[in-house]
Design a protein around this ligand. Sequence first.
Ligand code: ATP
Length: 269
Amino acid sequence: SKAKRFDQDTDQKVNFDDVAGIDEAENELVEIVDFLKNLEKYTKLGGAAPKGVLLVGPPGTGKTLLARAVAGESGVPFFSMSGSEFVEMIVGVGAARVRDLFRVAREHAPAIIFIDELDSIGRSRGQYIMGGASEQEQTLNQILTEMDGFSSKEGIIVLAATNQPDILDKALLRAGRFDRRVVVNPPDKTGRIAILKVHTKKVPLSEDFSYEEIAAATPGFTGADLKNLVNEAALQAAKENASNVTSKHFMAALEKIVLGPERPILLTQ
Ligand code: ATP
C-alpha cells in the first residue's frame, strides 16, 4: 500500500526559539541536544545517554514542538509516528511499522524518533476492552524490543508524548527504555507572554497593544490555544479592515473562542 508509514523530516526548521513558556522542560532537554551534537565526546568516556524520554503534559502544550526543536537544535533528522496511527486492524502491521521506523532512523543516526500519543499503544497489556488486544500488544512488544535493540552510542534518542502516563505499561518505563520524564505544563502568565511574542512575530500590532493584558486574560491557555487566539485576532482585524491588530481584536477573538461560535437559537415549542 501507499499509506504513509511514518514521517521523516530532514529539514529542521524548528529550534528552541520557536518554543516559549515551557522553559523548565526545554532546559531538561538541552542535555539531549548536547549529547547528540557531541556523540563522540560522550561515548568515548563510556557514558550512556538516556535512550527514551517521556514528555508528559496536556494536549497543546508543545510536546511535539519541543521534540522537533530538539532535533532542529541538534541538527539531526526527525522521524515521527503517532500512537493512534499504530492502531491498525490487521494484526502485525503496527509491529512492522515500528520495526521500519527504528530501522530507517538507525540508518540515519544520529536521529530523533518521536512517538506521539504513546498511550494509545502503550497502555498496559491486558487492559483492552474490546478485541484488538493482540494487535496492540504486538505493537507494544515491538517497541520494547526496538528500545532494547539499540545502544545509546548509536545516537538514537526516542522521545514519546503522553497525557496519561499512569495507564502506560510498566515495561515501557523500565531502565533503558522511557526511564526519564519531562513534564510539560501549561504556561503561567509570564510563559503566555513569551508564547504570544513568538506567535505575533509576523503580526502587525497596534502601538497600544499589551501582551500583559492578553496574558492576564488567558489563564489555562496552552501554546496551541494562544496560537489559535493570535490567528483569530488577526482575522477579526482583517474583517474590520483594520491596518493593525489591537488588544480589542484579541478580546473579541477571546470572547468568540470562549463562548464558541454564534449559534442560532432554536425555539422548539
Ligand atoms: P498534542 O499532545 O495534542 O500533540 P502538543 O503538546 O504536542 O499537543 P503541539 O502539537 O506541539 O502540542 O502544539 C501545537 C502548536 O501550538 C505548535 O505547533 C505551536 O505552533 C503551538 N505551541 C504549542 N506550545 C507552544 C509553546 N510552548 N511555544 C510556542 N508555540 C507553541
